[in-house]
Design a protein around this ligand. Sequence first.
Ligand code: CA
Ligand code: CA
Length: 198
Amino acid sequence: MKRLATLFCLALSASAANAAILSFEDVPGATAGYYNNPIPDDYAGYDWTGFYVTDTTYLAAIRSGNSSGITDGAWAASNGGGSPASVTGETLFNFYGADFTRLRFSTAATLTLIAYSGGAPLYTDSFTIGATPVTKSYSWTGIDRLEFIPSVGTLGTNVAIDRLNLVPVPEPETYALMLAGLSLIGAVARRHKRRQTA
Ligand SMILES: [Ca+2]
Ligand SMILES: [Ca+2]
């Protein structure tokens, strides 16, 4: 009985393996000290457009830059060149927030986030980004695409993004599997109890 419960918990945690705060520490092919490491498609189960990663080596060195945009580990994502960037899921996901920092230039800048499902905008928010990180929290559920659109300054607006909290929405078959596991545990527990009372 105990072993069955353990197995069930293992299966549950495996199905939740994608649920994570992305810190961009493990992007394949990224070179330290280089400013434009693209995030490849399928990284963490998402497709990335206009997204790059940079590390402390680079961020500490760039002109008027800072490394404070990295709020966890040694790497952060950014919209290379100050352009809009987006992340797309192959299935629906929830967006719970991220840390945002303006990487360069002293002019005030805003960042607009727009979340879509099936091409229809569901959620949006705009806020000022500064040279110190701001942690934003959301509960944007059931989306398949999230856009990050910076206001365009003289030289573009480079935004560091770290601790990006994206959680896949479980698919119906995952729920079915969980239900099956639960009823199996229930059945075994009942049989166990019958045997004890017999
Ligand atoms: Ca990081
Ligand atoms: Ca893909």
